[in-house]
Design a protein around this ligand. Structure first.
Ligand code: SAM
Length: 191
């Protein structure tokens, strides 16, 4: 199993999920997929977020503690996405390589979000989404950035939308069947 090497904090991309919801407002009851939601040991988020005076020490301590499998995790991104889309009756799926993250999101959401364990370096998500969000997910010991980009795009239904920061994926999108429709937002072209 891959090492739990993840961290995230609240409201990391302010306004971006609402912007995405607005741009895709013509899609009724969308299937929304969050790839790589991230997680952090419960209680650490205020200490590791930008602006915390002890951010770097707290991140180091958190990275050691997160090896203890019984310590509970918290995720934020899928809940911020769910909130942005909640008026539209979304089906929400959180996909992560690490079972602890995927299962925790499902548990934390009381079943409103389905947690799916999947390695994007190996292939696309089996049931593609109308809207796919994939923030700061990089290949580790398997696959290349191009493999990841390819599989991420194929996790989107033709005509569906992809939000893909950071900037490092932008060039790779030139080789994929997508067109840019916003700042790091792409629409998959019809097959
Ligand atoms: C750096 S965190 C980013 C967290 C969050 N998206 C954010 O931007 O704050 C990367 C996340 O992607 C997951 N991940 C890494 N490689 C992956 C892969 N090949 N397939 C699926 N998930 C992966 C990690 O387990 C982690 O949850």
């Amino acid at each position: 199993m891959s090492k739990l090497n993840t961290t995230t904090y609240r409201n990391r991309r302010p306004g971006r999920f609402l912007e995405l919801a607005e741009l895709t407002s013509d899609i009724e009851s969308p299937v929304v997929i969050d790839i790589g939601p991230g997680g952090v040991i419960k209680g650490f988020e205020p200490l590791i977020r930008p602006g915390s005076p002890i951010r770097f020490v707290a991140k180091l301590i958190e990275s050691l503690l997160r090896r203890l499998p019984f310590l509970p995790l918290e995720s934020f991104e899928p809940f911020e996405i769910l909130q942005a889309f909640e008026q539209r009756n979304p089906t929400m799926i959180a996909v992560d390589i690490h079972p602890r993250i995927a299962h925790n999101v499902e548990k934390q959401s009381d079943g409103r979000i389905r947690g799916l364990v999947h390695n994007l370096a190996r292939g696309p998500v089996a049931t593609p989404g109308d809207i796919v969000i994939c923030c700061a997910v990089f290949p580790n010991n398997e696959g290349t950035m191009q493999d990841m980009a390819h599989n991420i795009v194929r996790s989107v239904k033709p005509g569906g939308y992809l939000f893909l920061p950071p900037h490092s994926y932008t060039e790779l999108m030139e080789n994929e069947p997508v067109k840019p429709v916003g700042d790091r937002i792409y629409q998959r072209l019809p097959d």
